[in-house]
Design a protein around this ligand. Structure first.
Ligand SMILES: CCCCCCCCCCCCCCCCCCCCCC(=O)SCCNC(=O)CCNC(=O)[C@H](O)C(C)(C)COP(=O)(O)OP(=O)(O)OC[C@H]1O[C@@H](n2cnc3c(N)ncnc32)[C@H](O)[C@@H]1OP(=O)(O)O
Ligand SMILES: Cc1cc2nc3c(=O)[nH]c(=O)nc-3n(C[C@H](O)[C@H](O)[C@H](O)COP(=O)(O)OP(=O)(O)OC[C@H]3O[C@@H](n4cnc5c(N)ncnc54)[C@H](O)[C@@H]3O)c2cc1C
Length: 669
């Protein structure tokens, strides 16, 4: 990064940073070599000119936006292909680019090829038999075929057992017949489905020998490989403009008795034999594996959006001066207002908290997947429960963080040139896709209720819920400790207390004659809240313990800042959840006063490092794409440059003046 022509306020911030920014960059990347590799990847991608736009994409029509998104996606994946040829690192290159800072930023409004990599190929890897993988995966990796994942229908997204698309086996021809019996059976939403993919994984109700066996994955050709025309019986199109992600080409798809060979059912887990005999999977939930994979990787993705938003807002807040609290003194940088620090520093801490939790979850995912492959399904429920709540809370927190950053930039944050609105569009979408957040919290709640019952029966619990038994062991509330460990224990007590209340409320309602399902529904506001509380306890604990592991490997200056961020995160959440702490722990008014002072003190301590901390996210200007957040802080110049690129500014008088305004003003219209 060059220091030339940097806004002096921003430069002063960098000069007073107490730690070595490069050291933190390396730590976040996972080592000096990883930083070099990332930078090399970024150079490779940016040298293709993917980020250069003749007309800013926000001024394009819907159709032009799609065409640009296809171009960008092809250029990006061309580079990944090149990386593959060089190092043959396989999935790691895709993870680094798609799951890193680059992908979400360069493909600014989403990409029509994302689903190919994030769901189509992973489904082939996770659900296809070895022979099927040999047949399909090479073609898919080479982009010889382009696929997507079509599960959601017009009538059902959440309740996938209720999907209506049918795949009926015909033993006479050894084919499945795919059919959409109703309008609501139409597939609706899949990214890239409309005009990009020529193949697709279809989740459909499997019928054989007159019996339905639930939803299963099938690979279906949609378009001719040469002409790209939809095949016979395939009704396909685009679903229209959305709040954001307008480059993703989401589509609809209906089948009119479309025949596919038997071998196109993905048969790693369950099978249909030639005569139509159905062979069961070890667990019907294995068919949900791709969703679990995406929920896990989304947690990392959310860190990228938060890092981007908070970098923009922090740098802008160092440059922006507003108001005059002390007479005869210059207007302060808005970053000097404690309320501004409160809005932004928690964003920095959240990136670190979620990053460490995401890595921890990713490791667990890999371990459990290896166990599943070896036939051991024991840890599947725990992984499902964790991936559901971490997906829900990370996406909700990220969307909230991006919106908070936008508001923290005042009017200029509302400009698309800030890049905050489109970042919000991308982030908030994740609260819905891959499992709507409330629904996912309630999935975790099922697991927690069972864990509670197990603990009550004196059974051992898996590590991530073992606190339920521990915090309930004593009769009296232990004294409150105003320390990080004390607060984390407090959060565990809150979670356990909420789960316990849910269990007892469900029981009480059942005792009044309600069915379990109705009692569950009546308790579901509390259940979702208990699930969130569990997730908060996990987040705090993992952030704290994982940071403790790394702080001894870094310089004392960085160590101090990393620990301050942990403190800030934990104390912030304690103050956010005072009601719960007052209800379930012995925290007192005096403790709360102390916490508040502790928090304010932490903001003040972190203030000198505010800009250094976001510089350490190391997001290049071409990736950040923000007039407010560029490294040099030339905010006003960039805003004016962006305004001048508006097509309306290409002519001094717009034709509507002559067509409408003038006749109207003269009373002639
Ligand atoms: C090339 C290489 C690769 C490179 C990769 C590089 C990666 C780099 C990454 C790049 C960045 C990323 C960018 C992302 C962009 C994304 C774009 C947008 C994508 C958006 C796509 C979508 O949006 S795609 C559709 C998703 N659509 C859902 O997400 C439906 C939710 N709906 C359900 O998921 C079920 O409907 C729901 C509720 C569970 C109930 O399912 P259900 O009714 O069958 O089950 P029940 O509730 O009755 O539960 C019965 C028992 O099953 C248990 N169980 C349930 N699920 C289980 C499971 N999965 N595993 C284990 N166990 C499970 C449960 O815990 C119960 O257990 P128990 O009985 O013991 O309590
Ligand atoms: C940008 C985007 C991209 C997408 N991409 C894909 C894709 O590539 N492939 C694909 O197959 N799908 C895709 N989807 C679809 C997505 O997975 C679904 O929209 C999502 O799973 C939510 O389902 P739904 O729309 O049916 O919501 P609904 O389930 O109808 O949710 C509506 C409301 O009902 C509530 N609700 C529903 N069920 C329950 C319950 N059991 N308990 C309590 N409350 C409940 C929800 O909490 C929510 O408040 C995409 C969606 C979006 C927005």
């Amino acid at each position: 990064m060059s220091n030339t022509k940097v806004n002096p306020d921003l430069q002063r911030e960098r000069d007073k940073c107490t730690f070595n920014v490069t050291e933190l960059i390396n730590l976040i990347d996972g080592g000096v070599q990883k930083t070099e590799e990332r930078k090399k990847q970024e150079d490779m991608v940016l040298s293709e000119g993917i980020h250069i736009e003749d007309v800013p994409s926000e001024y394009l029509s819907h159709k032009e936006k799609y065409e640009l998104a296809v171009k960008k996606a092809c250029l990006l994946f061309k580079v990944i292909r090149k990386m593959q040829e060089e190092d043959n690192a396989g999935m790691e290159n895709y993870r680094a680019v798609l799951g890193g800072k680059l992908g979400s930023a360069i493909l600014q409004d989403g990409s029509p090829l994302t689903l190919h990599y994030v769901m189509f190929i992973p489904t082939l890897m996770g659900q296809a038999s070895v022979e099927q993988q040999v047949h399909w995966i090479g073609r898919a990796f080479d982009l010889n075929i382009i696929g997507t994942y079509a599960q959601t229908e017009l009538g059902h997204g959440t309740f996938i057992r209720g999907l209506e698309t049918t795949a009926t086996y015909d033993p006479s021809t050894k084919e499945f017949v795919l059919h959409s019996p109703t309008l609501t059976a139409y597939k609706w939403w899949p990214g890239g489905l409309a005009h990009t993919a020529n193949y697709c994984i279809v989740m459909a109700q499997l019928y054989t020998k007159g019996q339905c066996h639930g939803i299963h994955p099938f690979i279906v050709q949609l378009r001719d490989e040469e002409t790209h025309m939809p095949l016979k019986g395939i009704k396909i199109g685009e679903i229209g403009v959305k709040l954001g992600m307008n480059g993703t080409n989401n589509g609809f798809l209906g089948f009119d008795h479309v025949r596919i060979p038997r071998e196109h059912m993905l048969m790693k887990n369950s099978k249909v034999l030639e005569d139509g005999t159905y062979v069961n999977s070890p667990s019907s939930k294995l068919a949900y594996g791709t969703m679990m994979f995406v929920r896990v990787v989304l947690v990392t993705d959310m860190c990228n959006y938060m890092a981007k938003a908070v970098t923009i807002a922090m740098r802008y807040s160092a440059v922006r001066r507003q108001s005059q609290p002390k007479p005869n003194e210059p207007e302060p940088q808005i970053l000097d207002y404690l309320t501004q620090q409160h809005k932004l520093l928690i964003g920095v801490a959240s990136v670190h908290a979620f990053r460490l939790n995401a890595d921890w979850l990713w490791n667990m995912y890999n371990n459990v997947t290896a166990e599943l492959d070896a036939g051991d399904l024991e840890r599947l429920p725990e992984l499902h429960a964790l991936s559901c709540c971490l997906k829900a809370v990370s996406t909700a927190d990220a969307a909230e963080c991006v919106e908070r950053c936008r508001l923290a930039c005042g009017g200029h944050g509302y400009m698309l040139a800030s890049n905050l609105p489109s970042t919000y569009g991308l982030t908030t979408a994740a609260c819905t896709y891959e499992g709507e957040n409330t629904v996912l919290l309630l999935q975790t709640a099922r697991y927690l209720v069972k864990a509670w019952q197990q603990a009550a029966g004196g059974n051992a619990l898996t590590p991530t819920v073992s606190y339920i038994a521990t915090v309930n062991s004593g009769r009296r509330l232990p004294p409150w400790e105003n320390t990080i460990e004390g607060i984390i224990k407090g959060f565990q007590r809150v979670a356990a207390g909420k789960i316990g209340l849910c269990v007892s409320n469900i029981e009480k309602r059942q005792n009044t004659g309600l069915s379990y399902e109705d009692a569950w529904n009546m308790t579901s506001v509390q259940l979702a809240s208990a699930s969130e509380a569990h997730c908060r306890a996990i987040l705090l604990y993992t952030y704290y313990t994982e940071t403790e592991k790394i702080v001894n490997t870094v310089s004392p200056a960085l160590r101090q800042v990393l620990l301050q961020l942990v403190d800030l995160y934990v104390v912030y959440w304690a103050l956010q959840r005072l009601g719960d702490l007052l209800r379930f722990t012995s925290i007192s008014e005096k403790d709360i006063d102390e916490l508040q002072r502790w928090y304010e003190d932490l903001l003040t301590k972190l203030r000198p490092n505010a800009v250094g901390l976001v510089d350490a996210f190391d997001i290049r200007d071409e990736i950040l794409r923000s007039a407010l957040g560029a490294y040099d802080g030339r905010v006003y110049e960039r805003l004016m440059e962006a305004a001048l690129r508006s097509p309306l500014n290409a002519e001094p008088v717009n034709s509507s003046f002559h067509k409408y305004l003038k006749p109207f003003m003269q009373g002639k219209l």
